[in-house]
Design a protein around this ligand. Structure first.
Ligand SMILES: Cc1cc2nc3c(=O)[nH]c(=O)nc-3n(C[C@H](O)[C@H](O)[C@H](O)COP(=O)(O)O)c2cc1C
Length: 344
């Protein structure tokens, strides 16, 4: 049990607002593992978050770092920008500057984790270099890598990862694997857990579509050491989830994978923007993310659920708006009860 959790629940890092120090602290205080999201934040803001958490709890809290991918073709971004002009006119805003960047200096965020002695660091969107993993190990951190295929799991093991966040296609938010692929051959969580267990033999944290105790129990039986839940924590009062997003979570509605908002495939609630722009959106992260930032901000300010990205996993409609600590205890208790009911 490399994570040494009292309760087998990890709160997924959720960049873009939902992850707050208060959410992470409450989860860790309850015996799970809370995460801060470094994605889209400056290194200074990450340091502030880490220190804010320390003021709230003595329990361990992790930090999640986005790794940059390859730079996409600018022409594809220009074509998509032309399509989005009408959206900009609708809100009376300019489209954002579709710049390519390294998530505001990801290496500086790793340096913050080292300096602040963050105990658990997870990576998303890529494979950290072995020297980055070694530096974190020297600072006493556990290193987790998000994987979506057995091949990525083997690669993560080979750079020295201590554990894997195994993300199934059910998951809300971005696909966390190493490439923004075309989706062919994508794995559901249960199949992926077993394939990864045989391929890489590392502790696994399972993610994707888990929102209640029985689903947590299922992934423990399938070999995971803990379950990482995102959507379930979006509904907690400590989360920074927008009101429109919160409200839409419990509605009966489909989710779909889309590049429309960010240029990288992510699962969200189907809404107007997703429906109208998914077909044209190129694989160009983070350029498209920056391009649509003013559109999303305008729609959010207007409370328009049709124009914002509302990331959610497939089981979203089962979420309950409980305080985070209570949710962690409930998930653990219900998982135990579900395991006790299993007939052999
Ligand atoms: C709103 C939202 C934001 C997310 N942001 C991140 C992130 O910053 N880093 C990351 O590794 N995963 C992120 N994820 C994905 C989660 O780590 C996890 O894989 C996913 O939430 C699991 O599926 P579930 O939402 O059905 O529980 C995000 C998910 C959601 C719903």
């Amino acid at each position: 049990m490399v994570l040494e959790l009292t309760r087998p629940v990890v709160q997924a890092p959720m960049a873009g607002g939902p992850s707050t120090p208060a959410l992470a602290a409450a989860v860790s205080e309850a015996g799970g593992l809370g995460f801060l999201a470094a994605g889209y934040r400056t290194p200074e803001a990450v340091r502030d978050d880490v220190r804010a958490v320390r003021g709230m709890t003595g329990a361990r809290v992790g930090v999640n770092v986005f790794l940059p991918g390859p730079r996409a073709d600018d022409e594809a971004v220009r074509r998509y920008a032309a399509e989005l002009r009408a959206e900009a006119d609708r809100w009376g805003v300019e489209l954002g500057d579709p710049r390519y960047d390294d998530d505001d200096a990801w290496e500086a965020k790793v340096a913050v984790c080292v300096e602040e002695r963050v105990p658990v660091v997870s990576f998303t969107f890529g494979l950290p270099r072995p020297d980055v993993v070694a530096t974190l190990h020297d600072a006493g951190a556990l290193v987790l890598v998000t994987v979506t295929t057995p091949e990525e799991a083997v690669a993560a093991r080979d750079v020295g990862a201590d554990a894997l966040v195994v993300q199934g296609v059910e998951a809300g938010g971005h696909r966390g694997g190493f490439r923004d692929d075309d989706g062919a051959g994508e794995y559901g969580l249960l199949a992926l857990l077993r394939l990864v267990a045989r391929a890489a033999d590392l502790p696994m944290v399972a993610a994707g579509g888990l929102v209640d105790g029985p689903s947590v129990a299922a992934v423990l039986v399938a070999g995971a050491e803990a379950a990482q839940l995102g959507t379930a924590f979006l509904a907690c009062p400590e989360a920074g989830t927008s009101p429109a997003h919160r409200e839409a979570l419990t509605a009966v509605g489909a989710t779909a994978l889309t590049r429309a908002f960010s240029g990288r495939r992510a699962r969200g609630l189907v809404n107007r923007f997703l429906t109208e722009h998914s077909a044209a959106a190129p694989s160009a992260y983070p350029q498209v993310h920056h391009l649509t930032t003013p559109l999303r901000a305008a729609a959010r300010a207007a409370g328009d659920a049709g124009g914002v990205n509302m990331w959610a996993g497939q089981a979203h409609r089962l979420v309950e708006p409980l305080p985070a600590g209570e949710l962690v205890r409930r998930l653990d208790d219900d998982a135990r009860a579900a395991l006790a009911r299993v007939r052999r």
